[in-house]
Design a protein around this ligand. Structure first.
Ligand code: 15L
Length: 268
């Protein structure tokens, strides 16, 4: 396994905290960073530095000597453009420059909102492959498109390897019908991240971040390069949450759900 330390941005967020627990328990050396204080007890051998992604020097200092940068930092929900741009556009640039400088691999927490304006498929027909068109459903999703394309460019131009995970809905449990398609269990994400660290060669890689859900909206991607297969399934929650839908037709029509309805003003 990789002996170099791993930088984890967004460590104080829900997924950052879960990954800190899982990866430190598995024996990885972690350097954590976030703009918010780390709310849990620091695992042994782990360091935490409070830093703003928009400040390039702080990012570079943290990344020195790291083999992998797990980039979970930044704005994680729909916000006005000016709030998204600092962390998600400038911050991401700093991450990629640091990766180029130190020869690190970037694992980018992308999102289904980079393709959120694709309609939901009917049954097994029309599931999306990872090379589908980007159809962002807001400024947040647009920043994830930019992040994925930044990875494309840094691989083509500088050979910086990167894995872009289009995370569906990563929560302890699915809470509505949409999540019977989009849910990613914490355990499946943790196993996926381990593979992104350990895989021999990844190039520029795009993976759908969903568990083994029969209702998934998504099909082919690059998971074979990582040797990852999800093991959990949202199906276990069908009777509990399968009837929970919104009365907003825009939300129910598109894959991005409620993000598509935010400030939606199209008339036809
Ligand atoms: C995301 O990208 C968000 O970070 C998360 O909070 C959820 O809203 C998720 O998408 C989703 O689409 O369910």
């Amino acid at each position: 396994s990789d002996t170099k330390p791993i930088l984890l941005t967004g460590a104080s967020g829900n997924l950052g905290r879960m990954l800190t627990r899982e990866l430190s328990a598995a024996g990885y050396t972690l350097r954590l960073t976030d703009i918010m204080p780390f709310p849990d007890e620091l695992p042994k051998g782990t360091t935490f530095v409070k830093a703003d992604l928009t400040e390039s020097l702080a990012v570079v200092r943290q990344a020195e000597g790291c083999g992998t940068i797990l980039h979970f930092g930044g704005v994680s929900v729909e916000k006005p453009f000016e709030e998204v741009a600092g962390p998600n556009l400038h911050g991401l640039y700093h991450i990629y420059e640091a990766a180029r400088m130190f020869g690190a691999r970037v694992v980018f927490a992308s999102s289904n909102h980079s393709i959120g304006f694709h309609e939901r498929p009917q049954g097994n027909q029309g599931k999306l492959d990872a090379d589908c068109a980007f159809r962002p459903d807001g400024y947040y999703g647009l920043s994830k498109v930019y992040g994925e394309l930044m990875g494309r460019m840094y691989w083509d131009k500088h050979g910086v390897e990167n894995v872009n995970i289009r995370i569906g809905s990563c929560f302890p449990k699915p809470i509505n019908k949409r999540m019977l398609a989009t849910w990613l269990s914490y355990a499946d994400l943790a196993r996926l991240i381990t593979r992104t660290i350990e895989a021999e060669k990844v190039g520029h890689c795009v993976v759908w971040g969903a568990s083994k859900n029969p209702d998934s909206f998504w099909a082919a991607d690059h998971r074979d390069r990582l040797g990852w297969e999800p093991q959990d399934t949202a199906e276990d929650y069908r009777t509990e949450v399968g009837h929970i839908v919104s009365d907003d037709p825009v939300e129910e029509r598109y894959q991005g759900g409620g993000y598509c309805s935010i400030e939606y003003s199209r008339k036809d």
